[in-house]
Structure formats: C-alpha cells, structure tokens
Design a protein around this ligand. Sequence first.
Ligand code: IDP
Ligand code: MG
Length: 139
Amino acid sequence: MQRTLSIVKPDGVARGVIGEVVKRLEANDLKVLAMKMIHMTKAQAEGFYAVHRERPFFHSLTDFMSSGPVVVMVLEGENAIPRYRELMGATDFKAAAEGTIRRDFATDIEKNIVHGSDSAETAAIEIGYFFNAFEINPR
Ligand code: IDP
Ligand code: MG
C-alpha cells in the first residue's frame, strides 16, 4: 500500500472538474483519506515546489498555483503513486495518453489540472506539507 498527494490545481477548480477527478480516483481504487480546499500564498506555493526553484518556469508556476483555490488530497491504494500518475497522464497534456485527466482537461503544459507525487519519498514530504496526522483518516 502507498499514499500519495493529489492536488486539483486552480485551473481544475475553476473549470469545475473537482468531482470528475475524484470520481476517477475512486473508480480506480484510490481511497481519499484526507481532503481540503486551500488558497496558497505565493510563499507557500514556492515552498511546495522548492525542488523546481532553479527551473525557468518556477515563478510562473508558483504564481499560477497561488492564483486561486486548490483541492489537496491524500490518496491510498496498492501502488498508489504510479497508478495515480498514470491516471493523470504526462506533464504536457499534448503527450498524455487518451483517457487521462490531463489529456481530457488540461489546456497548457503549466495549467495541467492536477498534481501527483512522483516517489514515496516526495509523497511523504508533500503529505506532511499540507496535512497533520489528525487530518488523515485511515479506512
Ligand atoms: P509533474 O507535475 O508531471 O510531476 P513536473 O516536472 O514535476 O511535472 O513539473 C511540475 C509542474 O510544473 C507541472 O505539473 C507543470 O504545472 C509545470 N511545468 C512543468 N514543466 C513545465 C514547462 O516546461 N513549462 C511550464 N510549466 C511547466
Ligand atoms: Mg512533479
């Protein structure tokens, strides 16, 4: 069993696909253990994406991620990390496989609807960035 962090990004919230994303997670045996809507400050978005601080898109990405509310979730399931990334699709929606969340809803390489952790190590760090132990509900 693995846990992973999911975010419905500001574009996903604005476009009204929170429910569609959650529906796909639940249909694929990814259980939601925690969920909340937050609006990150620029500094909080910079902290979350600190690994990307040297990348050319860092400023734009953190502006985008702090531009509106997001829905953050902790998911759990067998191989949850790679399976959720498969449901999301490639970072660039143009390269994402048919039927993936990004292929179906993203409009831009940056505005790509969802985030998902990329390893067990980053999942633990990312979950701890948004949730404390009392907010995560084993089931
Ligand atoms: P991932 O979200 O698929 O793991 P990362 O490489 O970790 O992709 O990048 C984090 C986020 O930064 C992406 O989801 C996307 O929003 C944004 N991003 C990645 N590459 C680019 C780019 O080349 N231009 C603009 N934004 C990008
Ligand atoms: Mg990533």
